[in-house]
Design a protein around this ligand. Structure first.
Ligand SMILES: [Zn+2]
Length: 365
């Protein structure tokens, strides 16, 4: 039961308690310190510097980039991918997440005999097995990533795999992610890939306007259009871009801690761009991006947003529920999730009634 309180100010416990949907989580960046420590201990032979890891929550932007490199060296076989995928699902579930979309770039590694297909199998297998072994506590989808820092050939291979797995594993692979180094300037070459994804019925979540001065690129990708926008940090810089996004109602995936850590948003939560979009009642979904590297969690991100916007508990729960409409899954899944939220609200109403009755009694006395 959710304990519903009348006073303002949302607590971390409340954000932990409410059911949540996570739609923007990169697998590698989501690895917790616990998982990384386990892998570091096992792979002393790699002689990896642990300086950035040891800093934990005190990591600077440079340390965070270092962490991605550390994780990249550690996650080097299908066995490890399978194991860490399960760890990440477990942690999101423990944080109250009922539906999760994980994204990752399928990679081949000559040394360990891993090809992209085996990479996909490891992630999909971990998702299946976790669900089976844990009583269906969380539903998980996988969005293979197109990395804009890599070649068009690499992107086309990943799209082909996504399409193939969306047929053979239609309950798990439902769309693609477009991400990677936002400072590359030749992203136009990936337009056919995004259009191709749309043609074959795959949903797309596109990192957009993550860094300044990318208006032309943003306009181009908006013309596809994507089903969800990742970050959208500088969408408001150009009047025409801003109004076309507002009109399109394309949901924005909001990752406050990640943007602050990457120095693309000011450190004050109230100045985050999502505050403006939510003020316009534009659909926004609270997400983590890379919970491990940026030392956060989905309930922490809700805590940040709820307090920046002075939301009530009811409004915070409503915000988490609104994310259901934007998941890359069918109507049955949406109905299943809405039922979970309905149940949690039922508990809440009971609490309110109880509190009200008590105060009535008080007044009568
Ligand atoms: Zn991201």
């Amino acid at each position: 039961a959710i304990l519903f309180r009348m006073q303002s100010g949302i607590t971390q416990e409340f954000c932990q308690q409410i059911p949540k949907v996570e739609l923007h989580a990169h697998l590698n960046g989501s690895l917790s310190n616990k998982t990384i420590k386990k892998l570091l201990d096992r792979r002393r032979d790699l002689k990896i510097s642990t300086a950035a890891f040891e800093k934990g929550e005190q990591r600077t932007m440079g340390d965070c980039f270092e962490m991605f490199k550390v994780i990249h060296s550690l996650v080097d076989s299908t066995e490890v991918i399978y194991e860490v995928t399960k760890d990440v699902i477990e942690e999101f579930s423990a944080d109250g997440v009922k539906y999760l979309e994980l994204r990752s770039t399928p990679k081949g590694l000559v040394e360990s005999g891993m090809d992209k297909r085996r990479y996909m199998d490891a992630v999909v297998g971990a998702i299946r097995d976790y669900k089976h072994d844990n009583d269906d506590v969380i539903d998980v989808k996988f969005l293979p990533s197109i990395d804009r820092g890599r070649s068009i050939k690499d992107a086309q291979e990943n799209l082909k795999l996504a399409e193939e797995y969306s047929i053979s594993c239609e309950d798990i692979v439902t769309g693609i992610d477009f991400s990677g180094n936002p400072y590359t300037t030749d992203a136009a070459k990936f337009m056919p890939v995004l259009q191709g994804a749309q043609r074959v019925g795959l949903k797309s979540a596109v990192h957009l306007s993550e860094v300044k001065d990318r208006s032309d690129e943003t306009r181009m990708f908006l013309s596809v259009p994507p089903d969800r926008i990742g970050h959208g940090t500088f969408l408001t810089d150009e009047e025409d871009v801003k109004s076309s996004v507002l009109e399109s109602r394309i949901p924005i995936e909001v990752c406050v801690s990640s943007n602050i850590a990457s120095n693309t948003s000011p450190p004050e939560h109230i100045k985050h761009h999502s505050v403006w979009w939510m003020g316009q009642e534009h659909p926004c979904v609270v997400c983590t991006d890379d919970k491990g590297v940026f030392s956060t969690g989905l309930s922490s991100e809700y805590f940040i947003i709820a307090n920046a916007l002075s939301l009530s508990e009811e409004q915070t729960l409503k915000l988490s529920e609104s994310a259901i409409d934007f998941i890359f899954a069918d109507e049955n899944m949406k109905a299943k999730l809405k039922q979970i939220w309905k149940e949690s609200k039922k508990d809440e109403v009971l609490e309110i009634t109880f509190v009200t009755c008590l105060s009535c009694l008080d007044m009568k006395n």
